[in-house]
Design a protein around this ligand. Structure first.
Ligand code: FE
Ligand code: FE
Length: 313
């Protein structure tokens, strides 16, 4: 069992029924689409750089690689809000809330069904589904012979999205690419550092410096990553599972694209993080690209999963 939901002590857990699950689901899909475009772009760019290294005079047009800039207005507006509101102060508050509130227990499968219901309820005709994404990621890993702990990681990696229906301020503190707070916002973050102009931390004399409140080599474990479903689930799972460090890194950093895809913030890494980076890169294609696979049958898998996994929770 994993304690996944936040509730104030002695309060019965209730979900926010005023939240628009369908809009949330659509935004998640569009954010993912932007990440896929950026991923393809960075691979093309790496290829071009290799080519340019061989032929130093090759002309590069980097603008063609930033296709995510053509993403929908919804994604752009989402990131403007996220970049304005993810501050050190908010991050400390979210962490404090996490540690000071108690959570209800439920099994992983119950959490998956709950997440799915909350999103599907807003539109019964939707064919988009969180549970399918989780199953597809895990199934693709299983097909490829990935270790069982990784299949489980694929299965649960987005369960932190339950936060949206409970304790979050909005979508901006649940989903989207993540980045550190407490140091300068890197230009490699989606839409670049100019999109942070409304964030008060850019005017802070310490937070606005390259290393901010951190020291180079301090290890990502000591960095405050913007608050969202990744960071939330990482804290849930860190204390309540026997998953290996690689799995915890896959969960914590899977939306940390500026780091694992774009190469930013590497100055904070220690030796351990070098291994974790490899793990996150291993995980990433299963998250981004398994959606095109055949749709899994949730009911069929539920039987085999619950019969195999019930003793683990
Ligand atoms: Fe995610
Ligand atoms: Fe995901």
């Amino acid at each position: 069992m994993i304690g996944i939901l936040i509730q104030k002590p002695s309060q019965v857990p209730t979900f926010r029924t005023d939240r628009d699950g369908l809009a949330f689901e659509e935004l998640c899909d569009e954010i993912e689409h932007a990440d896929i475009l950026a991923d393809k772009a960075s691979k093309q760019e790496a290829q071009q750089e290799e080519f340019a290294a061989a032929k130093f005079d090759a002309d590069k047009d980097k603008s063609q690689f930033r296709q995510y800039e053509t993403a929908s207005d919804r994604v752009k507006n989402f990131y403007l809000e996220q970049h304005a509101k993810q501050t050190v102060a908010y991050n400390l508050k979210a962490r404090n809330d996490f540690h000071s509130k108690t959570r209800a227990e439920m099994s992983v499968w119950e959490a998956m069904e709950r997440l799915n219901t909350l999103i599907d309820e807003s539109d019964p005709d939707t064919d988009l589904s969180q549970i399918e994404h989780l199953l597809q990621s895990a199934e693709a890993m299983r097909r490829d012979g990935c270790p069982r702990w990784m299949q489980l990681t694929g299965l649960i990696h987005d369960l932190g999205k339950l936060l949206f229906f409970f304790d979050a301020q909005g979508q901006w503190d649940v989903v989207g690419d993540t980045f550190p707070v407490g140091c300068a916002f890197d230009d490699k973050i989606i839409y670049g550092n100019k999109s942070f102009s409304a964030n008060p931390d850019v005017n802070d004399p310490i937070y606005s410096t390259e290393n901010g409140i951190y020291t180079p080599g301090c290890g990502l474990e000591n960095i405050m990553i913007s608050w969202g479903h990744d960071e939330y689930l990482y804290h849930v799972v860190k204390d309540q599972s026997s998953l290996p460090d690689e799995a915890l890194a896959m969960i914590r950093y899977h939306s940390f694209y500026p780091w694992h895809q774009q190469g930013a913030y590497r100055q904070f890494m220690n030796e351990h993080d070098e291994r974790m980076l490899k793990a996150v890169k291993w995980f990433n294609p299963y998250d981004l690209y398994s959606k095109s696979d055949e749709k899994p049958c949730a009911e069929k898998l539920k039987v085999s999963l619950t019969s195999h996994c019930c003793c683990n929770y």
